[in-house]
Design a binder for this molecule. Structure first.
Ligand code: ADP
Length: 921
């Protein structure tokens, strides 16, 4: 007998009946179903309460057969005829009007000429059997799930959970499954993980929020809940059917297992609520445990990272054993061993200065539970810099359970920064206090700025203090004329955020200070003004100096503009950059037209070369040079300017610009020339006597020759040779006279404008051609030194002749006047020339007795003469002096052994200064 049969017996309340007993039992018309059959198993009659449930499959036109009532698989059990079935238990499934088949068990008994099939309902029995089986399965499944979830690695947990959900889905044919856990943050429920069968729509998403709807079921439903019964669940299930199973732990419902399905009813009928709760627990309990484990693990990791990042760590003190336990990282960083160690070891790392305090505070923590908070220095080893730690500690628990724990935080960075900031602050304070400027802060109050701070430099500068500025009194210290400017400064500061201006302030003595005020406005996050920070710099000296410079510049400008002198600036290439009015007037243009004009354009090539040459001599050490320059100006033949140049140099000594002042010297020049000319004429006049003699001499020679020739002609004694000789002599004398006259003409002419190079020996020769005959005629011996050289000097040859003539005429006068008193006197005049590398010297001396020493320094003065009125003019030496000087030379005199000795010293013109035209062949 199977276990199912035993259950059947129990259900029927029988004492282990035998099969024969069963089949012999009488027909009970009020119980179950009785089918009356004929010998062919055709149903003749139906009785019993179950007959109303039967559904007959075939038409009612013929007598129904037993098979017409049976589900096809049951037809196998009733093969043959009723007589064959006697003594057998028949389990038959009938079509039922209610839908599910009717499970009936029974036997056949003969009745009259037919048979009766007595049947009883065994549907409940079967379902109970199935349930017991399913429960067994369910328990086995739960154990499986629990094991899988418990034993898998943490990393595989999601995958294993998914697999278990899939397994449940397949086992119970529930297409959608999900585990919902409480989300601690939102305190609502959240899908932790879900599974959807491949052909099912996805009901839930991972991390989907379910709200707090499930909470309301907590107390009311320790078991399976259906959406239909709890309308709040419909939001969780949406369009699907299904149910939710809670998992409870010590704190209440900790998880829900959600089962969702669609049209077809899941095969869940075999399980009861307890089974479902068991399944939910199988999933949720290990899952929650693993998640807690995971969280704990993460927290530990975080704590460790935090400790190592912050240089911090916990400590715990065991006062009974005088030991301390430090977090591993902390122990390592302090160079201590891990695990418990004597407190003394820990104290040994604390800086001696902090050790006693720490000890006493730890004692207070231990004795009175007074929380500990202390900053101490710790030294990991002897060499290292001590590090600052914040040490905090608390006592936890009471009595024997009491623990002393705390943590240490490395705050060296903060401490160092604090120290640096303090040092910087001190430096800044010092700087502000010793600043040459006054630093101030003004607070913004309802549109006005009120002083709230002045640096200490205010007192020495202005004598008043912050207190003197209360209630808007600052403006009283502003110079009355500048108050409007001060208010405008405040307005501009508020409007534009910064200002830089200067105004005058009065100190306590009433002295005026020019202050440069530079201020900036600071605003808060909303852009509203908070305060102005600024500084006052005393710029009195600079301001006054600038004013002085301005006025002096103005004066200088007026001076330059109004000066009668020509003032200009020009570049080294002679281009003017500025010229004043007088210069413009000379150049016949407006002052504005001067810049750009080239000064050289008014000079001859020679002049310009000499000018540029002179500029080239300027150096930063000798930046000034003067000269008389000669220009050809528009509308004027020649102009002489006394010109003074000052070079302006850059740091490399290169000439940048020349500033020049000039004065017109043309008139002076002209008078000088006229003077020279008149002096020359005077010389000529004086020489007229000599000249007459000079010309008479050849005339006499010619007359004698002509007289002699005429005498010979009248005698008829004329030879060609004699005649030729006489005529040649006459010709020579004519030439001699012509030379004298020619030279006179040349000498009488005005001097050239420009200087030319010439050999000074030419001047000596010219002079002698004029004077030698006359002097000899007067009995004066000429001692002419031998000289033959080719050096050149620059100037005017006729003017040098004039100087020589003057000197020789003066010598002659001195000699003749001496001979008047001494008839035996032998007068002579010496003329000689010599030169060295740089200068040529021409000497004119006589034996006239010299010049009285006290007159020596006066003889070059104009109009100084010792000669009788009408004889001397007193101009000869002064003009000569001017001529020699004009040629760059010097005329000097001293008394020699016999008489006066004059020396003309002239610079030799260098070869490259001699133009090709003037260079002698
Ligand atoms: P002037 O000949 O018309 O007097 P100068 O200027 O030529 O004017 O000479 C000035 C003076 O210098 C002369 O009057 C004379 O006294 C003196 N003097 C010039 N040359 C000689 C000389 N060789 N010996 C003596 N006295 C001289």
């Amino acid at each position: 007998m199977s276990s199912g049969d035993k259950l059947f017996d129990r259900l029927l309340n029988r004492q282990t009946p035998t099969l024969s007993a069963v089949v012999d039992s009488p027909v009970v018309p009020g119980v179950g179903l009785q089918l009356h059959l004929d010998g062919e198993a055709q149903v003749t009659h139906l009785t019993g309460p179950l007959r109303h449930l039967l559904a007959q499959q075939l038409s009612t036109t013929r007598t129904p057969h037993l098979l017409d009532y049976l589900l096809p698989h049951s037809a196998l059990a009733v093969e043959g005829l009723p007589a064959d079935w006697q003594g057998q238990l028949l389990d038959l499934d009938f079509f039922s009007l209610a839908g599910p088949p009717l499970h009936l068990r029974g036997w056949v008994q003969p009745l009259g000429d037919g048979w009766v099939l007595q049947l009883l309902d065994i549907g409940d029995l079967l379902s109970e059997r199935r349930q017991a089986h399913s429960r067994e399965q369910c328990q086995w499944l739960a154990a499986q799930i629990r094991d899988h979830l418990r034993l898998c690695g943490l990393a595989r947990l999601p995958q294993v959970l998914g697999e278990q959900l899939q397994c449940l889905s397949q086992r119970f044919q529930v297409p959608c499954l999900a585990v919902a856990l409480l989300d601690e943050e939102t305190e609502g429920w959240q899908i932790h993980q879900h599974y959807s069968a491949p052909d099912a729509p996805q009901l839930w998403d991972t991390a989907q929020r379910l709200g707090t709807g499930l909470d309301s079921l907590n107390g009311a439903a320790p078991q399976r809940v259906l959406p239909a019964e709890h309308p709040r669940l419909s939001s969780v299930f949406g369009p699907a059917e299904g149910f939710a199973v809670p998992y409870r732990d010590a704190h209440g419902v900790a998880a829900w297992l959600l089962f969702g399905c669609f049209s077809t009813q899941p095969h869940t009928a075999d399980l009861n609520d307890h089974d479902w709760l068991q399944l939910a627990a199988a999933v949720a309990a290990p899952l929650l445990e693993r998640l807690r484990e995971h969280r704990h693990h993460l927290q530990l990791e975080r704590l460790e990272i935090l400790q190592s990042l912050l240089g911090t760590g916990w400590w715990e003190m065991f006062s009974d054993s005088a030991q301390v336990l430090l977090a591993d990282a902390l122990a390592v960083s302090l160079g201590l061993s891990a695990g418990r160690l004597p407190i003394q070891d820990w104290f040994a790392r604390v800086h001696p200065a902090d050790r006693e305090e720490l000890r006493s505070r730890l004692q207070a923590l231990q004795d009175e539970g007074q929380p500990l908070e202390l900053c101490v220095r710790l030294q990991p080893d002897d060499q290292a810099q001590p590090q600052w730690f914040r040490l905090q500690g608390q006592s936890l628990g009471i009595g024997a359970e009491r623990r002393l724990v705390g943590f240490m935080l490395d705050i060296s960075d903060i401490k160092n920064q604090q120290q640096q900031a303090a040092a910087a602050h001190a430096r800044l304070d010092n700087l502000i206090a010793s600043a040459p400027a006054v630093i101030y802060v003004q607070r913004y109050v309802e549109g006005a700025l009120q002083p709230t701070f002045f640096s200490a430099s205010l007192q020495p500068l202005l004598g008043w203090s912050l207190a003197d500025c209360a209630d808007g009194a600052l403006v009283n210290h502003v110079h009355p004329e500048d108050r409007a400017a001060y208010f405008e400064r405040t307005r501009q500061l508020l409007r534009e955020g910064s200002v830089s201006t200067r105004y005058r302030m009065l100190d306590t003595q009433g002295n005026v200070h020019w202050l440069l005020d530079e201020a900036k406005l600071l605003r808060d996050d909303l852009g509203l003004p908070v305060e102005a920070v600024g500084l006052w710099l005393d710029v009195t000296d600079a301001t006054l100096a600038a004013e002085r410079i301005k006025t002096s510049e103005e004066r200088y400008r007026i001076l330059v503009e109004d000066s009668p002198a020509m003032i200009c600036r020009y570049r080294p290439d002679l281009t003017l950059t500025f010229g004043n009015r007088p210069l413009a007037m000379y150049l016949e243009c407006a002052p504005e037209q001067l810049p750009g004009v080239n000064l050289g354009s008014w000079m001859s090539n020679e002049q310009r070369e000499a000018f540029v040459e002179r500029l080239a001599q300027l150096t930063p050490d000798a930046p000034v040079s003067s000269a008389e320059i000669n220009l050809r100006l528009p509308g004027r033949e020649h102009a002489w300017w006394i010109w003074s140049d000052r070079g302006v140099f850059d740091e490399h000594g290169r000439l940048l610009e020349v500033q020049a002042v000039g004065r017109d010297n043309t008139e002076v020049r002209r008078s000088q020339q006229q003077l020279t000319q008149s002096a020359k004429m005077a010389t000529l006049g004086e020489m007229a006597t000599g000249l007459a003699h000079e010309i008479n001499q050849p005339l006499n020679v010619m007359r004698m020759a002509i007289v002699n020739v005429l005498k010979r002609l009248s005698n008829g004694d004329v030879q060609i040779d004699y005649l030729t000789d006489k005529l040649n002599r006459i010709d020579a004398q004519v030439q001699r006279a012509a030379r004298v006259v020619d030279h006179m003409r040349v000498f009488g002419r005005r001097s050239e404008i420009e200087q030319h190079p010439f050999n000074p020996l030419d001047a000596i020769e010219g002079t002698l051609s004029l004077l030698s005959e006359g002097l000899r005629g007067k009995g004066v011996e000429l001692r002419i030194g031998e000289a033959n050289f080719q050096v050149q000097v620059r100037g005017y040859v006729d003017q040098l002749e004039q100087v020589l003539i003057n000197l020789m005429v003066n010598a002659r006068d001195a000699l003749l006047s001496k001979r008047e008193s001494n008839r035996d006197f032998q007068p002579w005049i010496g003329v000689r020339a010599e030169h060295d590398e740089h200068v040529v010297r021409l000497w004119v001396e006589d034996n006239g007795g010299g010049i009285e020493p006290r007159l020596l320094e006066r003889i070059f003065e104009p109009f100084f003469t010792t000669k009788p009125v009408g004889v001397g003019t007193g101009l000869g030496l002064s003009v000569s002096y001017g001529i020699v000087e004009n040629m760059g030379g010097r005329l000097s005199v001293r008394n020699g052994d016999d008489g006066a000795r004059f020396c003309i010293e002239l610079p030799i013109a260098l070869d490259d200064q001699i133009t090709s035209v003037a260079r002698p062949d």
